[in-house]
Design a protein around this ligand. Structure first.
Ligand code: ATP
Length: 259
């Protein structure tokens, strides 16, 4: 039974994602395929994983692709930041984790997206408190009850895979790790065009629009954009749009005064 208005299929599609072709292909085989065609993917006899782990530097599209996966799979999407489940009274965090999985179950098919997973599932070493260790154990238990036709798929995201408890990456749990890295120069061109097309609601290279593909290429390939993430390119574009707006406003005011 699906509760309305509870969680929804995201609007984000692959058209909103620039570059990341390899990431998309891997997601296709590891999560979209199993959701869309479970018979094929279970026939090979391996126990399907509860989900996957996306890792890499901030702002490079982990959240974006997780949403596109949900959209393409026609799955509901529940997003939660690791730290949101912590800092509760003793025992409350475990309950919150269990509640989250049962919410996901009632919205199946559902993608449960854990951002900042390292905060939620830190390595269980000597320095870890008993309370945190219990949260890790609860999550592992929930993951073990997931997968295999439960209709829940977990996508974890982290900038610090080395900080995550290794047990989470066992087969059957988040068995596949996919690296989502900084874009190359060519990737930056594709990302900037994607961002421009979507935010300006125009077709790049149409004569009546402001920027041409060549303009965007020049910016994205500029050495000063070396090391920029997708989020950085988004900020750059917003700043440029703001500057254009200000210039247009000043020019218009000046004209009005002359009249
Ligand atoms: P964090 O680790 O900080 O959570 P993240 O990897 O999840 O970061 P996103 O939240 O997906 O990053 O990306 C932030 C924003 O940057 C997106 O909303 C989008 O505007 C832009 N962006 C990042 N990567 C891409 C991309 N490959 N194509 C288009 N836009 C992108």
């Amino acid at each position: 039974s699906k509760r309305e208005g509870f969680s929804t299929i995201p609007d984000t599609t692959w058209a909103d994602v620039g570059a990341l072709e390899d990431v998309r292909k891997k997601l296709e085989m590891s999560i979209i395929g199993p959701i869309k065609d479970p018979d094929l993917f279970t026939r090979v006899g391996i126990k399907p994983s509860a989900g996957i782990l996306l890792w890499g530097p901030p702002g490079c599209g982990k959240t974006l692709v997780a949403k596109a996966v949900a959209n393409e799979s026609k799955a509901n999407f529940i997003s939660i930041k690791g730290p949101e489940l912590l800092n509760k009274y003793v025992g409350e965090s475990e309950r919150a984790v269990r509640q989250l999985f049962s919410r996901a179950k009632s919205s199946a098919p559902c993608i449960l997206f854990f951002d900042e997973m390292d905060a939620l599932v830190p390595r269980r070493d000597d320095s870890l408190s008993d309370a945190s260790a219990r949260v890790v154990n609860t999550l592992l238990t929930e993951l073990d009850g997931t997968g295999d036709r439960s209709g829940i798929y977990v996508i974890g995201a982290t900038n610090r895979p080395d900080m995550i408890d290794e047990a989470i990456r066992r087969p059957g749990r988040l068995g596949t790790s996919i690296y989502v890295g900084l874009p190359s120069a060519e990737d930056r061109v594709d990302i900037l065009k994607t961002l421009y097309r979507n935010s300006m609601e125009v077709e790049v290279d149409r004569p009546d629009t402001a920027a041409t593909g060549a303009d965007l290429e020049k910016v994205a390939l500029d050495l000063r954009c070396t090391g920029f993430s997708g989020a950085d390119l988004g900020n750059l574009m917003q700043a440029a749009a703001q500057a254009c707006l200000e210039r247009a406003y000043v020019a218009k005011q000046r004209l009005a005064r002359k009249e």
